[in-house]
Design a protein around this ligand. Structure first.
Ligand code: CTP
Ligand code: MG
Length: 226
C-alpha cells in the first residue's frame, strides 16, 4: 500500500506581509503561524510523516517547542529561492517511494480544517492523477490596466481559486517540478506534463495569509475553533 506523507514549504520571507519576522513565524492564536498547519497535518491518522521545509539558515525554528508532534514532524533545512524550489528540495531530501502520496501544504494556510484535509484524502486516494483543494470564484472578475481602470470583465464561469494541500504521487510531482520549475503551485507543474488534476471543493476559510489584515481574520477563525 502506498503511504501518505505531507510536506509544508515554510522557507519564504513574507515580503507582502512587510514584517521583520518571516510571516510563518508571526504569532496567531498564541502560536507561530506554521504551528497551526503542522498541528492539523500531524493529527491526521492517514498521514505517516509531516516534513517542514525551512531555509538552511532558519534562526527561529529552534526557539519553539515542537515536541508535542514527536517523530511525526521532521524539519528539513533545505528551502530554496522559490516555493517550487523549496518543494523540490524537500521532495529529494525526504527520500520517499515514487508511488507514495504527497500532500504539499503552505505554512501560510493555518486555517485548514481537519474535515477539509480528510475530505481531500478521501476523494483522491484512488485517483489516477491527484488534485487540490479549491473554491469556485464567487466575485465578478475585472481585468485592470496600469492605471487601475477596468479594461473589461472576465468570464468567471468555471474559474476556481487554487488552495493547498495539493496531493500527488511523489514520482509524478518530482518529474513535474523538474520539468516546469517556474510555477506558483504544484498542480501547475503537473498540468504542464499534460495531466488534469482534480478540483476538490473547499471553502474560503482555508485562505492564504498574505497581507497584514489577513492575520486578524486567521486569528478570529482559529480562536473560535479552540
Ligand atoms: N515558500 C517557500 N520557499 C520560498 C518561498 C515560499 O517555502 N522560497 C513557502 C512560504 O513559506 C509559504 C508558501 O511557500 O508557506 C506560500 O508562499 P507565499 O504565501 O507566497 O509566502 P512568501 O513567499 O513567504 O510570501 P511573499 O510572496 O509575500 O514574499
Ligand atoms: Mg511568495
Amino acid at each position: 500500500m502506498p503511504e501518505i506523507f505531507a510536506l509544508v514549504p515554510a522557507a519564504g520571507c513574507g515580503s507582502r506581509m512587510g514584517s521583520g519576522l518571516p510571516k510563518q513565524y508571526l504569532p496567531i492564536a498564541g502560536q507561530p503561524m506554521l504551528y497551526h498547519a503542522l498541528a492539523t497535518l500531524c493529527a491526521n491518522p492517514d498521514i505517516n510523516t509531516v516534513f517542514v521545509i525551512l531555509t538552511p539558515d532558519d534562526a527561529y525554528w529552534h526557539s519553539y517547542d515542537w515536541s508535542l508532534f514527536g517523530e511525526k514532524l521532521q524539519p528539513l533545512f533545505c528551502g530554496g529561492a522559490t516555493r517550487a524550489e523549496s518543494v523540490l528540495n524537500g521532495l529529494m531530501a525526504a527520500e520517499l517511494e515514487l508511488d507514495d502520496w504527497l500532500l504539499v501544504h503552505d505554512a501560510a494556510r493555518p486555517c485548514l480544517s481537519h474535515k477539509q484535509l480528510a475530505h481531500l484524502i478521501e476523494v483522491l486516494r484512488d485517483d489516477e492523477v491527484g488534485g487540490i483543494l479549491a473554491v469556485p470564484v464567487a466575485d465578478t472578475l475585472k481585468r485592470a490596466d496600469a492605471e487601475c481602470r477596468i479594461v473589461h470583465t472576465e468570464n468567471r464561469e468555471g474559474v476556481w481559486q487554487a488552495q493547498t494541500p495539493q496531493m500527488f504521487r511523489t514520482g509524478l510531482l518530482l518529474q513535474a517540478l523538474q520539468t516546469a520549475p517556474n510555477v506558483t503551485d504544484d498542480a501547475s507543474a503537473v498540468e504542464a506534463l499534460g495531466f488534469h488534476p482534480k478540483l476538490v471543493t473547499s471553502s474560503y476559510s482555508n485562505f492564504k495569509v498574505t497581507y497584514p489584515q489577513d492575520i486578524e481574520l486567521a486569528e478570529l477563525l482559529l480562536v473560535q475553533r479552540k
